[in-house]
Design a protein around this ligand. Sequence first.
Ligand SMILES: [Zn+2]
Length: 267
Amino acid sequence: MIRVRVLAGIAVAVGALVPFDGSPKADAFLSSDGRLLKWRSQSRGMGTVVSYAVLTDAFRVPQGKRTLSPDNCGAMQPFADIVKESPDVSVEEAKHELKAAFAAWEEIADLTFVEIEDVSRANIVVGAAHSPLGRAFANLSVRSVETPLPVSRALGKADSDTQGTSSEAVDREESGFAAIEQAYVCLSQRSRWKVGFDGNLDIYDLRYTFTHEVGHAIGLDHPGKSGSLMAYRYEERFQQLTPSDASAVQKLYGSRPSTPKSFTSNR
Ligand SMILES: [Zn+2]
């Protein structure tokens, strides 16, 4: 089949989440209202635990959520639909690749991903994109920076029922960051997917794509057009995260703590 190269060039943008301005940056992060976005750690110094759910039913981003992109992943289908047009890839294999993508970020950053079933409680929701124009997308909903104040507080009364809201508002901003409320990762159910690289850049590798989109779901943007897994161009050059990807995620969440020496010294 003859393919027009320039079309392939456009198509390889993996879920352009935010328009890229063309200037290469060392690191790139998603932001909202001038604040970098990240998942909030449950307790200081304990790393960050992020849950995810794999869709078994259709899903819509709830009305009223404040998302970074109005279109991405608004209507999603069950995860299994991702491989509807991919006869070589089973649903189990696709799920294995998703887990490998989470593991890649866990290996280098102080992040732990936990699968749960309750979609409404999940931090990251993963499924198929219903009728997408591209192949893979991510989206994030953000907590409003301007927390609505209770009426009594707005009227200037410093009474006890405002305390919960105030401390919660402070909690939401971890030293200048804004907290991600929920994130969505969706891959086109109309595209063909593969497992592993074969040099054919018209069919994307699932692990690469999931890893890239999960990168968005934890607050990373495109650092440039190529040279890292978070770059917006699909390239089969990296089997794992690059130093640029690592340095970006570690700025948000810290490095994966190494095994304490006492653990192995007596063996
Ligand atoms: Zn992207």
